[in-house]
Design a protein around this ligand. Structure first.
Ligand code: NAD
Length: 483
């Protein structure tokens, strides 16, 4: 292959320790003969402070769309001022649906209480509470919309199973909170069980996220591949990275159909920026995942062996240095030099966890939307009402609402308070009135605006409505507590 045919890789050196760890990483890649054509872009702090609140200019987007491969150093998000997180912007704009974070311990090179820990977290990267749809609805109440879709869930779950199969992993654990969020997290767990039937050779389990996180912190060596929703994945991958040793060690990939982005999992570490002491391993591991994505597994493997040999020889950056087990404390550049010197070598002792991350690009399947029979059953009308007595509001709503609807119940923060509520239940100014038809039949769609008007005519302030549907006869909404 001539150098002209090398794949283009867009590189951002980032902020804080970003330039130091990027330079170290690129020197190792070049010495090992990685085949890529670099295009450098400026994103992050400089761009934010020049007045672009997204942190990324148009010409950088053009480069990313053209090249489809992005090696990104950490970025500093300035505090306040309406600056949006550049990571979230890039992930969502470019559809980077899978965030893959291998977290493993490096015993015997680095002591660890969990020598066998070797887990890969596959985190859904676009949906959930990170859809960023938030509203203040009343004086008291603020809302963030948790959005989970069937195509988004199918894609991430299949990605996790394919990843496990390709890398000969034995188990996939799905973490959800479906005992509480029966529709959203329940969908995720259902799709996990359904797709899981196509992977009979892989052990499968569904865990509730709270006990799952506790187990992950206490017994990280019992997990293999973990697939989960966006917010839970964000939290447990930081727990896993911390438990594995230093946040400076782990790399991560963000995979989409048109762009793949590779990075360290840590941030820009402003506290040590410019000192030349940062560990470049996280960024290097991100770059190795990129080389594998580009099909350059031979180069990635050479670098990985040299990196492990460097750690085995006890050349450790300050974050992992221990006087009793390390041979020498080295800076960022010296660590890179040591890896380069060892490019033809491999460690003499093998890793206790046995982990050698290696993966080819993973194909998921196109989404086929099923035809379903969707039937309107009623409507939830949300109100701002400053009163305190649910019975008073109940009387107002009963008087306001005309057939075909009638009031089924009123809840406050999800708990039924009318009819037959408990005096003890605290009530905010945010009320939900559930209206169903008098005869149990499906109402005409045009009766919904009319019912909103009935509330307004009675002086009740409607802040939003949610239609109540069934899908193929199955209720498409949750019941109120006590309904
Ligand atoms: P951080 O990860 O930058 O730092 C946390 C701690 O870990 C610090 O003590 C730091 O010195 C240490 N550390 C991190 N990387 C290290 C390395 N390679 N070698 C040695 N020590 C290392 O987290 P933070 O301080 O919360 O965030 C700093 C900035 O980074 C913030 O502006 C945040 O928004 C940004 N951030 C960016 C990304 C990204 O671009 N992917 C991710 C997380 C945070």
């Amino acid at each position: 292959m001539s150098t002209l045919d090398y794949p283009e890789v867009v590189i951002a050196k980032g902020d804080g320790i970003g330039p130091e760890i990027t330079d170290a990483t690129l020197r190792i890649l070049d010495a090992a003969g990685a085949r890529y054509k670099p295009t450098f872009i400026d994103i992050g702090e400089k761009v934010y402070l020049a007045g672009n609140t997204s942190g990324i200019p148009q010409d950088a987007w053009d480069s990313l769309i053209r090249a489809g491969i992005f090696l990104k150093a950490p970025i500093t998000t300035p505090q306040g001022g309406g600056y949006k997180s550049l990571n979230v912007t890039i992930r969502k704009t470019m559809g980077l649906y899978a965030n893959v974070r291998p977290c493993f311990t490096l015993k015997p090179y680095i002591p660890s209480p969990f020598p066998d820990m070797d887990m890969v977290i596959v985190r859904e990267n676009e949906e959930d509470l990170y859809a960023g749809i938030e509203h203040r609805q009343t004086t008291d109440a603020f809302q963030c919309l948790k959005l989970i879709t069937i195509p988004g869930t199918q894609r991430i779950v299949r990605y996790a199973f394919e990843y496990a199969r390709q890398n000969k992993r034995k188990k996939v654990t799905c973490m959800v909170k479906d005992n509480i969020m029966k529709l959203t997290d329940g969908l995720f767990a259902d799709i996990f069980r359904e797709i899981g039937t196509e992977y009979p050779e892989i052990d499968q389990e569904v865990m509730i996220i709270d006990i799952g996180s506790a187990r992950l912190a206490r017994y990280p060596d019992r997990f293999d591949v973990v697939v989960t929703l966006n917010l839970y994945g964000d939290i447990i991958s930081d727990i896993a990275a911390e438990v594995s040793g230093s946040v400076g060690l782990c790399g991560s990939s963000n995979i989409g159909t048109d762009l793949a982005m590779f990075e360290a999992i840590h941030g820009s570490a402003p506290d040590i920026a410019g000192k030349g002491i940062a560990n470049p391993s996280g960024m290097l591991n991100g770059a190795l995942m990129m080389l594998e994505h580009l099909g350059q597994n031979d180069v990635a493997e050479r670098i990985r062996w040299a990196w492990l040999k460097t750690l085995e020889d006890g050349l450790h950056t300050a974050d992992i240095f221990k006087a009793e087990s390390s041979a020498k404390k080295v800076g960022t550049a010296e660590f890179a030099d040591a890896v380069i010197e060892r490019l033809a070598l491999a460690p003499q002792t093998s890793l206790a966890s046995g982990s050698v991350v290696s993966t080819k690009p993973i194909e998921t399947r196109p989404y086929v939307r099923k035809r379903v029979k969707k039937e309107l059953l009623g409507v939830d009308v949300f109100l701002e009402w400053p009163g305190e007595k649910p019975a008073e509001l109940g009387a107002l709503v009963e008087a306001a609402v005309k057939p075909p609807f009638k009031l089924k119940m009123i809840t406050n923060r999800g708990v039924k308070v009318y009819p037959d509520g408990f005096e003890q239940t605290f009530c905010s100014d945010h009320w939900r009135c559930r209206l169903l038809t008098v005869d149990g039949q499906s109402p005409e769609r045009n009766t919904i605006p009319a019912v909103i008007q009935q509330f307004l005519d009675s002086g009740l302030e409607v802040v939003k409505t949610e239609n109540l549907y069934s899908f193929d006869g199955e209720r498409g909404y949750s019941l109120g507590q006590g309904e």
